[in-house]
Ligand binder design. Structure first.
Ligand SMILES: [Zn+2]
Length: 157
């Protein structure tokens, strides 16, 4: 799944849940989740984020491979524990949120996702071809829904 679709999907899920979970700074949280929604693709040097940070993405790719451990639920959980220790659990939760929306997004692509890698290689897959016409349609629908939810959030609708 592409950078822009992950970002719009991250924004969508956060806006959808923002009123249901009580967070101290919901708007900052929504922005952070959206910003962090492409972190897992740091394991791919040719991804948008990977191209910007090759000194991080190339070693991660060599060690973990694309869609391996770095595309599992464990990196954000480990990070959350570390950030909690430093009293930064808000940041840790935003990273976890961004990671979750990324993994959910990738789980509907043909390549799929192994959420619990390396403990199980069970892979969740879907019909979406990354960068294909179906993803483009999905991106447009989610973007329209995002605009609707933002207008609703600021009480224009
Ligand atoms: Zn990915």
């Amino acid at each position: 799944m592409m950078f822009k679709t992950h970002a719009m999907f991250g924004l969508f899920l956060t806006l959808l849940l923002i009123n249901k979970i009580s967070l101290p700074h919901p708007i900052i949280f929504a922005i952070l989740v959206t910003a962090f929604s492409s972190i897992p693709d740091l394991d791919h040097p040719k991804s948008k984020l990977g191209r910007k940070l090759p000194f991080i993405s190339i070693p991660i790719n060599l060690i973990f491979k694309h869609r391996g451990f770095f595309h599992s639920i464990f990196p954000p959980l480990i990070l959350l524990i570390i950030l909690y220790y430093f009293n930064l659990s808000f940041l840790g939760l935003a990273i976890l949120g961004g990671y979750l929306v990324h993994l959910i997004g990738d789980s509907i692509t043909r390549e799929g996702i192994s959420f619990l890698y390396p403990f199980t290689k069970f892979t969740l897959k879907g019909p979406i071809h990354t960068g294909g016409p179906l993803e483009l349609v999905l991106f447009m629908i989610i973007t329209i829904l995002d605009i609707f939810l933002i207008l609703k959030f600021v009480n224009i609708l």
